[in-house]
Design a protein around this ligand. Structure first.
Ligand code: FES
Ligand SMILES: [Fe+2]
Length: 438
């Protein structure tokens, strides 16, 4: 008997004479279909359906297990370069919070795909983004991840100086440059938009409206955008922040966040807090737009479950005691609870390395000195982060194993949400996917 798994189609044949056929067929599956599911239609294209019906048993596994991406997607620098080009440098990309740059001259520096961008608040209060590249000889203008530029951005190398609007305004021996069209040497500007206090940038030439990228994702998760607006994210402020240098591909982190098949196993504190997460079947119908309730008898979403913080001011009593988690593509996670919101930001750095920044947001009144201690609330997702990032790191080294060359599988509780995310991913990657799996 020759047994071959053409991604999620298993061919079993009791006749050794047919083994060569099946081996060939399996090779064609890999070559023709890449990581995608191999289905009966494709078999039909090979004109072999009848042969197989007669000679072999064809067991389609599509209803049970769904393929993941192949291992190379998590290790190949060419794939990451394509992701930078087609996803992170093209889509709106979450770069930071507006409150990080509250006054004119304050800046933050962020990696966006293969570029580095400086986001600075101008004297007109507008936030602008520029590639962090001096127009003279290419030095980095901002050498720290945040700071105060003052009234201008001055290159550390030869001191070309730019206004906060990107205009070249001065250079040493300025008179010798008389006649130079200064407008030609303004900083390279990128698109910037804010949404609920979060700054998003796009390196696309003409990106679509930010809202068109974000709103449908929120609606798909919550069923109702008005519910999300009640959290008034833009009015919240950071009460705690943690950074993680995760030795894993960004997609492993995203896939993990979108399933709770692992929750019972690695998140004891989380499943105590939200008992529904104990079920390994959770997610089989996709996300519940109604949210997941906190355990009866636990006053809050916190490590001890006992710390009581004020409800976010815009919420209704019906919003109490519910948890919602969602991926906001391409590089943000939101977790909503009734007394705080958790925002994750991700920067893919290398095929096997991702920077993760987690911020816990509260109303300013909650954070006023001495009023409430938010440490207990922060500690719960602090644990979850460490557990999740450890899991991603367990997987990363094996993404290059021959045993994972054709990837793994998703169980029914993982598949609905992760498959949709794969659709988004392959839709943007297009040809880059096909050539990767050649
Ligand atoms: S490289 Fe910036 S002033 Fe020379
Ligand atoms: Fe998790």
């Amino acid at each position: 008997m020759y047994k071959s798994v053409g991604r999620n189609l298993r061919l079993l044949c009791d006749d050794p004479a047919a083994a060569g056929w099946l081996r060939w067929l399996s090779q064609q599956a890999g070559a023709q279909c890449g990581w995608r599911a191999w289905n009966h239609t494709r078999l039909g294209q090979f004109g072999l359906t009848r042969f197989l019906q007669k000679e072999a048993r064809v067991i389609a596994e599509t209803d049970v297990l769904t393929p993941t991406l192949d291992g190379a997607y998590y290790t190949d620098p060419g794939i990451l370069a394509a992701e930078f080009e087609r996803i992170f440098e093209r889509e709106w990309y979450y770069a930071g919070r507006a409150e990080e740059i509250p006054a004119p001259g304050r800046f933050i520096r962020r990696r966006v795909g293969r570029e580095t961008v400086v986001l600075v608040r101008g004297r007109d209060q507008a936030i602008r983004g520029f590639l962090n590249v001096c127009r003279h000889r290419g030095a980095q203008l901002c050498l720290t991840d945040s700071g105060e530029a003052g009234r201008t951005i001055r290159c550390p190398y030869h001191a070309w100086t730019y206004g906060l609007d990107g205009q070249l305004v001065a250079a040493p021996n300025w008179r010798a440059l008389d006649g130079v069209d200064r407008g030609r040497y303004r900083l390279h500007q990128v698109h910037v938009a804010t949404w609920e206090g979060l700054i998003w940038v796009s390196l696309a030439r003409r990106p679509g409206p930010l809202n068109e990228q974000l709103r449908p994702q929120v609606e798909a998760r919550l069923g109702d955008y008005g519910k999300f607006e009640r959290y008034r994210l833009g009015e919240l402020t950071v009460g705690a922040r943690a950074e993680y240098d995760v030795a894993a591909n960004w997609k492993l982190i995203y896939e993990n966040f979108q399933e709770c098949y692992h929750c019972r196993n690695i998140h004891p504190e989380l499943v105590t807090t939200v008992p529904q997460f104990k079920s390994p079947a959770i997610g089989a119908e996709g996300y519940d737009p109604g949210g997941y309730p906190i355990a009866a008898g636990r006053p809050s979403f916190s490590l001890t479950g006992q710390t009581v913080l004020p409800r976010l001011p815009g919420l209704l009593p019906a919003d109490d005691r519910l948890f919602y988690g969602m991926v906001v593509r391409p590089n943000c996670f939101l977790s909503l609870v009734s007394d705080h919101v958790i925002v994750h930001r991700f920067e893919p750095v290398a095929p096997d390395r991702t920077l993760a920044v987690c911020e816990w947001l509260f109303p300013a009144q909650t954070l006023e000195a001495g009023r409430y201690d938010v440490a207990d609330a922060v500690a719960l997702f602090g644990k979850v982060n460490e557990q999740d990032f450890a899991a991603a790191q367990w997987c990363q080294p094996n993404m290059s194993s021959r045993a994972y060359a054709r990837g793994g599988v998703l169980v029914p509780s993982e598949a609905p949400v992760i498959s949709r995310y794969y659709q988004w991913y392959t839709g943007l990657m297009g040809e880059a996917c096909r050539s990767a799996t050649g």
